[in-house]
Design a protein around this ligand. Sequence first.
Ligand SMILES: Cc1ncc(COP(=O)(O)O)c(C=O)c1O
Length: 390
Amino acid sequence: MNIPLLDLKRQYEQVKNEFNKKLDKIFEESSFIMGKEVSNFEENFAKFIGVKHAISVGNGTDALVIALKALGVKAGDEVITTPYTFFATAEAIATLNAIPVFVDVLKDTYNIDPSKIESKITSKTKVILPVHIFGQPADMKSIMEIAKKHNLKVLEDACQAVDSKYDGKMIGSIGDIAVFSFFPTKNLGCAGDGGMITTNNDDYDIICRAIRVHGSGNMGKKAYELMNNIKDDETEIVDKYNNYLIGYNSRLDAIQAALLNLKLELLPKWTNERRKLAKYYNEKLKDTSFVIPYEKNNLEHVYHLYILQSNEREKVEAYLKEKGVATGTYYKIPLHLQHAFDYLNYKEGDLKVSEYLSHRTFAIPLYVGMTKEEQDYVIKCLKEYDSSGK
Ligand SMILES: Cc1ncc(COP(=O)(O)O)c(C=O)c1O
């Protein structure tokens, strides 16, 4: 039996007919960039997360860069984040010539360890950037308390955690600003690249909207005034040919928004399904040598990835591959040890928990539409490995 790590076709089957109708309309109207589908999706997403503003952008990485700029992060500023994440989290900080400051993670949730944050705060620190890794919310209560005490902003990297909840609140609505990715494999994925920024702050909304389109027109002017503390000059109306800021071209297109609008309606049902699949794995794998995910009881993990730990990870992955079961190695190199960050001068042993996990963690198949037969096969293979003493 062949089991992929995820099978996106099974999601597509559920939206296919409606999507094709929408696709036809988009081509008939030839309105491809931004437009009604995109503004509808922004409205729907803001409502879903429970925030005032949702600003769509080209991808999650751009969302991070633009959100950091909106928070006023500049060259030389320090941003505290986790090394146990996808590269883009820290890349976005470095893109602005700001400095990623890595804080180790907790051994159980794999999220940034709040007890280790304060000792890393300096006069240059501007932002704390927690990542809700694999779909499990970081300890937002502690993080928000530390941020408040030290007058720092919080940017949530929710790229893997759409629809997850912390103390009953939607992830993406707790920090000052948050970012999401709609990369196809994400729990809410489009058919290409896509991203979103969410915030309750009106100024950040204006700045993000301006920066995503070359800082042009009225929005560009307003953002420029906000960023430079200039009193709003309401009399002057400017057109899109006037550029006020150096920004980006980072927009969502109508085709992606059409698909995302349809998928968003199904997301709570899909999250439930993921959580049930995870629960079944947990029950069946709890007495094996594999460490199963730990879910804290004040939150809802959305299992973007179902992660196991093994001290024989490479051997287990090879065995599963032989049996037709795909796996994914997340995260093999913690970011403080990536070549691209050599200039930060971290060394092995600096962030022990992240390093420990990076030798042990891997993902097994979990996706919408996964059958019990498929799941039982994965479980059987893992148990076989365990009993064979390989
Ligand atoms: C935690 C995290 N941050 C940022 C990103 C970047 O998102 P994108 O691939 O849409 O640029 C990703 C996606 O892979 C991610 O998993």
